[in-house]
Design a protein around this ligand. Sequence first.
Ligand code: GLP
Length: 239
Amino acid sequence: MTTEIFKDNELLAEAVADLMIKSIIDKPSGTFCLASGSSPERAYEIFTEKIKLQNIDCKQLTIIALDEWVGISREDSGSCYYFLNKYIVKPLGLGESQCHFFDPIATDFTAECDKIDQLISENGIDLIIVGIGLNGHIGFNEPGISPEKKCHVIDLDEVTKTVGQKYFDQPTVLAKGITVGLKHFMEAKMAILMANGVKKAEIIAKTIQEKVKVSVPSTHIQWHKNAKIMVDTLAGSLI
Ligand code: GLP
């Protein structure tokens, strides 16, 4: 694992976008597993602009959404589906068969998890891009989760329920999440953990400096064979 600190979020986003471009050029049929959220938003904008400018073909690319709020419709602006459609799928004109999302209102969540587990076991993940929760969660791998977990449904941590309100226009009851597991994160060929802003400084420092422990899921990144923690100066201010 390496750590890179950028002067501001724009430079951070640019660097992540370049790694996404490199990955797709190296392997046009690659699989990206992507988080939603404010951390990667600008990187995705720059990535899709560069794809268009450089006329890069994305027809073989596969996208897997990292997570979803259980019980919240996909059409809600707080969903991963809504976010990735807005920032990745529509700008790149990806086909439905290229994009894979958890159904947050499924009747059978075991089948939902199996569906994405199966896809990951067939394709692998070439590049996973994640943000980080203030409690150290990655996706919805909340404190206490086993690093051996594949896709699963989980009761959300209180911190996640509170912080998660920022994605919604009105107060929203958040109880469970469905997520790609830490095992998939650890087995991805390349992992990027992004963070910006001073609010993330403490958890970024813990992630890097504390021993690997289930109470801070993000610390597992220390054992990843090819991971980068990429942050702006503010998020990196306590390192
Ligand atoms: C959310 C999501 C994660 C996201 C993280 C950080 O709860 N489940 O996938 O990466 O928290 O979000 P943000 O980048 O908006 O700070």
